[in-house]
Design a protein around this ligand. Sequence first.
Ligand SMILES: [Zn+2]
Length: 102
Amino acid sequence: MAWSSSNRKSQLPADWAQRCKYVLARDGHRCQHIRVDTERKCLQYANQCDHKDQSRSWDHSYENLQSLCEYHHKVKSSSEGGQAAAARRKAAKKRRHPGLLP
Ligand SMILES: [Zn+2]
């Protein structure tokens, strides 16, 4: 077994599947993704779980986990950098003092 083949997966705790089950049950198998257009939860059938706050992907506490439908999980994980990019765009938008950017 090549443990180092996937860094991202290896960071998940051993009981990840268990946690996912719990989170999905807690959220009633409804996607918790807040839609940007309606600002409401997506609420489609969820069978994935993911970190709410990607910048705290090391935080596997239940508070930082949410259920996602397949679509939003795909969108989120296919653009893990997408969030960072969005944050950068946001930061660029309200840029006043470039020297203060991270
Ligand atoms: Zn969704």
